[in-house]
Design a protein around this ligand. Structure first.
Ligand code: MLT
Length: 314
């Protein structure tokens, strides 16, 4: 069985698969465009960021299994894979702590303006008064949109900062919110209206695409902090650009339209000129701990597929 890894990732945990007769081919340079031609004779494909299109699935005549070395499968044409009987598995929850850590990092950095202060210090400017105006986070309300593995890790960390957690998700009921000890919001708009800090942890699917739209963003209190470490497509970034200036929002983004490593283009940095906007290049999952856990889960999935003919996390 030939296994292709089409992204740069921790492969140590996958080495043991060689005992099962798996030939491991590592091609981190592959892109959405070059992947189809590389799939000839490949039985198992492992991807992190590279998009797997219907054309790639069509080209992979021997393909049986695609493993997404991450949580979301939005970068894979799952419908095309199912139509051809190719399993698509993912690694849910394995990078949740890493994403939650980055989320809280962005919240604190925005409140204390750590990036701007560092930029000034690097230029030899000691702007102590300018950066002495943070509100502080203790006692403020944080709205968590999406209560999957990442959202729940964020809740726990937010409590540690003394933030008062509120939440909205498609499956959250009043009873469940009570059990989780979080404020219950009936809609995303209601959540936004009461959040000093709003953080997005929704998966991308047809129901969440664009869900954090103009109405939701305009419902935020003036000066609110907004963080998106989930997927850019769940948020209307054009509306965000307008609302940043109108409401003095402070924004932290780890995800962008046209992320280069998905092979879809180049990012448009205009949003950074709109106000206090901090960003990271989709590194939420990029800690060694998370990538080790992802690689181990990927190996577990492939081992189960090879030895038990079952596929976990499909
Ligand atoms: C995820 O879906 O969990 C992340 O996008 C993974 C990653 O960035 O590698």
């Amino acid at each position: 069985m030939r296994l292709l890894i089409a992204d740069k990732m921790d492969t140590q945990a996958l080495e043991e698969l060689r005992i099962l007769g798996v030939e491991i081919i590592s091609r981190p340079e592959l892109t959405k465009e070059t992947l189809p031609a590389a799939l000839d004779g490949i039985g198992i494909l492992v991807v992190r960021s590279t998009e797997v299109t219907a054309r790639a699935i069509e080209a992979g005549r021997q393909l049986n299994l695609i493993v997404r070395a991450g949580a979301g499968v939005n970068t894979i044409d799952v419908a095309a894979a199912s139509a051809r009987g190719v399993y698509v598995a993912n690694c849910p929850g394995k990078n949740a702590i890493a994403v939650a850590e980055l989320t809280m990092g962005l919240v604190v950095a925005l409140d204390r303006r750590i990036v701007d202060a560092t930029t000034d210090l690097r230029a030899g400017k000691w702007e102590k008064t300018r950066y002495a105006q943070a509100e502080g986070l203790y006692g403020l309300r944080i709205g968590v949109a999406g209560l999957g593995a990442v959202g729940r890790e964020v809740l726990n960390r937010a409590r540690g900062f003394g933030l008062e957690p509120h939440a909205w998700s498609r499956s959250l009921s009043q009873n469940k919110a009570q059990r989780l000890d979080v404020g219950f919001a009936r809609s995303l708009e209601e959540l936004a209206s009461r959040s000093h800090v709003l953080t997005i942890h929704l998966p991308l699917d047809s129901r969440t695409r664009g869900i954090v739209g103009r109405k939701v963003l305009e419902a935020l209190p003036d000066g609110a902090i907004v963080v998106n470490t989930a997927r850019s497509e769940v948020m209307d970034y054009e509306a965000l650009e307008d609302v940043i200036a109108k409401k003095g929002l402070r924004v932290g983004l780890d995800v962008f339209p046209n992320e280069p490593d998905r092979g879809t283009g180049t990012i448009e940095p205009r949003i950074f000129g709109r106000g206090i906007v901090y960003g990271t290049p989709h590194i939420g999952a990029s800690t060694e701990q998370a990538q080790r856990a992802i690689a181990m889960e990927t190996a577990r999935i492939i081992r189960a597929f090879m030895t038990e003919e079952t596929v976990p996390n499909v």
